[in-house]
Design a protein around this ligand. Structure first.
Ligand code: ZN
Length: 395
């Protein structure tokens, strides 16, 4: 079996902190050296990339993707398809967490787990949450805690819906019990054990969660509320919640348009939260890729349907730099080091010796090359490796 090595020479490295113009060398799945005048080992199957004039940064972590498809509101013709490996890699995403969503009836956590394992075979890092919108939630083994402890790819519970007509309107007690299942499952397995919460457009916004953390002894880092840029009112609640020290996740796939005037641009939402005193290290962003984006009118009737895209994540990161004058180091944190901390992932989200070889080469703010687990997945912006059934080929 050959060992792959990748050497990038002379790129401007953001780890995400700036490291200047240096070479980065990976061998197998690890970064083994960062420095000057590095050489490819003669015994490895080596790839050398010219990084001059380019930026090198960690592969992105996306903690909310409907990897096995989602949706189904309005009928089975609206069930969204599974994500393809190259949808993620060309978007710079090298670590993904899969979620189920509204439909825990025709879709299952087992199916989600199989898809995560498929993505791992295809070359990236993939995890899942057990559960769906409703409480009691959907699981593989009959217990969320048992799923986290016994199933290798399960990091926590999610996405459980709050303030949404499609959720099950869980009581504070039911929510506290589920959060504890996630927490204790995490403690027993050495995983994050988070409760990843979908916030809908309901009137109570984040109030149920704020009351929960105020009235129970559940550590606040158990909860990861997302879609907080869905509406201004929700974002205002997010400030209240964030001041208690909780994580806040913004969705890059939620953007204001003609059909959705309530939404807040994701880059703008992050800046807004930070200006209102929320620590930048508590803010993360995920794409909601492959999720359906049903549009409802004021009476809750379905009026249209869209689908989330993985590349919205990079576009929002880029806007943090171009429209809001952030440095690359700052702009990268919500999609690299911060989700790694939230999910307690020890070796991704950073360009450092000994860490997983997941990195991007970016030229003129476009993703040029993507290395995932030491393999060259994307070159000149085009896929070099495909998923099993992609590109018209059979295995
Ligand atoms: Zn959601």
């Amino acid at each position: 079996m050959t060992v792959t090595a990748v050497l990038v020479r002379g790129a401007q490295v953001f780890a995400p902190e700036p490291l200047g113009l240096v070479d980065v060398l990976s061998v197998g799945e690890r970064i083994v050296a960062i420095g000057s005048e590095l050489e490819l080992p003669s015994w490895a199957d080596g790839v050398e990339l010219d990084g001059r004039g380019a930026l090198l940064m960690p592969g992105l972590i996306d903690q909310h993707v409907h990897i096995a498809g989602g949706g189904g509101e309005g009928g089975p013709q609206n069930r969204t398809p599974e994500i393809r490996l190259t949808d993620l890699t060309t978007a710079g995403i090298t670590t993904v967490v899969g979620v189920l969503g509204t439909d825990g009836t025709t879709r299952s956590v087992a199916e989600l787990l199989a898809k995560a394992r498929a993505l791992e075979y295809e070359g990236i890092t993939a995890w899942i949450y057990t559960g769906a919108y409703d409480v009691p939630t959907r699981t593989v083994t009959g217990s969320a805690r048992r799923d986290i402890v016994l199933l290798d790819r399960v990091l926590g519970v999610g996405e459980v819906a709050l303030s949404d007509q499609r959720g099950s309107h869980p009581s504070p007690q039911a929510l506290a019990e589920l959060a504890t299942e996630a927490r204790v499952g995490g403690l027993l397995s050495g995983k994050a054990g988070v409760l990843h919460l979908h916030l809908g457009s309901g009137r109570r916004h984040l109030q149920a969660l704020i009351e929960l953390v105020d009235q129970h002894d559940i550590p606040i880092d158990t909860f990861v509320p997302t879609h907080l840029n869905r509406a201004r009112g929700l974002l205002a609640d997010a400030v209240q919640y964030g001041k208690r020290g909780g994580w806040l996740d913004i969705t890059s796939g939620i953007v204001p348009d003609a059909e959705d005037r309530e939404a807040v641009d994701p880059a703008e939402a992050l800046i807004d939260l930070s200006r209102q005193g929320i620590a930048w290290e508590h803010l993360s962003m995920s794409s909601d890729a492959q999720g359906s984006a049903p549009k409802f009118d004021a009476q809750g009737a379905l009026t249209g349907m869209g689908i989330g895209r993985a590349d919205s994540l990079w576009q929002a990161v880029r806007r943090l730099v171009t429209d809001h004058a952030l440095t690359w180091s700052e702009a990268l944190r919500p999609v690299t080091t911060t989700p790694a901390r939230i999910l307690k992932l020890a070796n991704v989200g950073r360009v450092a010796v000994g860490w997983q070889a997941d990195f991007l080469l970016v030229r003129d703010r476009e993703i040029e090359s993507v290395i995932a687990r030491g393999q060259w997945m994307v070159g000149q912006g085009k896929p070099k490796r495909f998923g099993t059934f992609e590109n018209g080929k059979s295995p």
